[in-house]
Each structure stands twice: as C-alpha cells, then as structure tokens.
Ligand binder design. Structure first.
Ligand code: AP5
Length: 258
C-alpha cells in the first residue's frame, strides 16, 4: 500500500477533529450570545418518498432565512466520500431501509452545529421514527428550543411512484438539482441546466426499492403524524397530482400561517 494513503487518512481525521472543535465552540457562542435576539427555527418536513420534501425545502429556505438539511443527501455524500459513516449507511440506501437511529442522530447533531445551521434548519426527511423524534426533542430541549412546525405532505401512491421513477438528479453533489422526465425536463436531455453536469437516476429510484421505501414509510414514519399532532405542531397539506410546485408552496405557506 502506498504511504500516501494512511497519511491522507490521518490528515482527514485531524482536519475533521479540529473542524468539529471549531463548530462546537462557535455553536456554543452563537447559542449563548445571539439566540436571545434571533430565535432559531426548526421546521420538519414529513411525507412519503417523492412527496416533494426536497422541492419544498428549497422553496421554504429563502423564505424563512434558514438552510435546509436533507439526511438522505448527507448520507449519499458520506457514501460517495467513502467515509466510515458512508460505509455504514451504504446497505440501507441500497435496499430502502432506514439507517439505524443512533447513527442518524449522531450525523444530524454533527450537521446541526455547523455554521450554516446556527439559526435553525428545515429538516427534510428527519426524524423518521418515534425514537428519532424523541431524541431530537431531547437534544433541542437541551439547547432550550423546540420544533416550531412539522409540515406533512400527503400525496397518493400513484403520483409518488410516477414522480420517483421519472426523477433525474444532477450528479454534481454541490448542485444536486432534480428534474422530472414528465413534468420538468432539462433543456438538453441528460445535462443539468445549472451546472452542465450529467443528470442520472438515483440508485433507489427503481421500482423494487421505491416499493420498499414506501413500505418503510408507512410502518416507521407515518406514526410521527400523530406524535406531532398531539404536540399541536402539525400542518397537513394534501397536494393533488395536478398541482404545480408553486401551488403546493402557496398551500404550505397558508397552512403555516393559519
Ligand atoms: P431521502 O433522500 O430523504 O429520500 P426520500 O424521503 O425517500 O425522499 P425523496 O428525496 O426521494 O423525495 P422528496 O420527498 O424529497 O421529493 P422531491 O422533492 O425530490 O432518503 C433516502 C434514504 O436515506 C432512505 O431510504 C433511508 O435509507 C435514508 N434516510 C434518510 N433519512 C433518514 C432518517 N432520518 N433515518 C433513517 N434513514 C434515513 O420530489 C420528487 C419528484 O417529484 C421530483 O422529480 C420533483 O421534481 C417532483 N415533484 C415535486 N413536487 C411536484 C409537484 N407539485 N408536481 C409534480 N412533480 C413534483
């Protein structure tokens, strides 16, 4: 094995360690000094795969002046970089099962203390189990805050399957824009309009894995609707198949204001 490989690994670990120390210290300072002037906002987007959580997150983020965080994107990034976390989540991404709660919580906490989330986050796809929701509630309580709103996007199964099997995603990780072969094509087929990288179908957007993801959602994530309903922070919207993204966004804004 060339000597550069372990050296590279050691450097990455050292940088990660100092990065985490910086984030922890910065987060602590911001929480202590600035949260009293600008309260952080934590918004959860709940819904089956393909319901439009990622789409809505990109619309809500500028409107609420906080960044969106997709656990699915974080896991795919870790997998692509072949990190220790990435190797642990790989099999779950492939078969549509959930990444274990303890691992998910560790990654979410690590992300939330990064500077981009110092004033809150739109959580796209987290929590997905009651255990995750309880742990998240405890974490926020430790920070002296709580979940402000949970938005449920309730879309019927036929529309979900249609959207997911036609979704294409930009392969450039820092872009990640999504297209749809039916509703929203790129100008040049297979090429991202924004960064001109190739677009591709996500590994888990194939029929067998889509069915598994929908099953996992019904069994493990749907019970969260009741969890947030009793806490009085659930806003449900039911976008029909013929509604545009902009119409869904308007519906959600109205639900949050009402
Ligand atoms: P993740 O990446 O979060 O996938 P998902 O929840 O299955 O959701 P998607 O990203 O597929 O869909 P979306 O709801 O964001 O819809 P989108 O806006 O793209 O998770 C992947 C995996 O990671 C999981 O299977 C699991 O293994 C793991 N994981 C993630 N979080 C976890 C957690 N907390 N715990 C444990 N494991 C976890 O829209 C879909 C398509 O529809 C697009 O083509 C879009 O253009 C189109 N579209 C959107 N809105 C409309 C509209 N109004 N009209 C027409 N088309 C529309």
């Amino acid at each position: 094995m060339p000597i550069t490989q372990p050296l590279f690994g050691a450097c990455r670990t050292i940088f990660a360690f100092f990065g985490t120390c910086f984030n922890e210290a910065g987060f602590y300072l911001v929480r202590t000094l600035f949260w009293q002037f600008r309260k952080p906002r934590y918004i959860i987007l709940l819904g089956p795969p393909g319901s439009g959580k990622g789409t809505l997150a990109t619309q809500l983020a500028p409107a609420l002046r906080i960044k969106a965080m997709s656990t699915g994107d974080v896991f795919r990034r870790e997998k692509a970089a072949n990190t220790k976390f990435g190797r642990q989540v790989k099999a779950h991404l492939a078969d549509g099962s959930l990444v274990p709660d303890s691992l998910t919580l560790a990654i979410v906490r690590r992300e939330l203390i990064r500077p981009r989330y110092w004033f809150g986050a739109i959580e796209d796809g987290f929590p997905r189990t009651i255990a995750q929701a309880e742990q998240f509630e405890l974490l926020l309580a430790k920070w002296g805050v709580s979940v402000e709103w949970t938005v449920l996007l309730d879309v019927n199964d036929d529309d979900l399957i249609d959207r997911l099997s036609n979704r294409r995603t930009c392969t450039n990780k820092s872009c990640g824009r999504t297209y749809n072969l039916k509703y929203e094509r790129s100008v040049e087929a297979g090429i991202c309009d924004v960064c001109h990288a190739p677009t591709a179908q996500r590994d888990d957007d194939v029929p067998e894995v889509i069915s598994a993801r929908l099953r996992t959602y019904r069994e493990e994530t749907q019970p969260l609707c009741n969890y947030y309903q009793v806490r009085n922070v659930l806003a449900s919207v039911h976008p029909t198949g013929d509604m545009t993204k902009q119409e869904v966004f308007v519906l959600v804004k109205a639900a949050l204001q009402g």
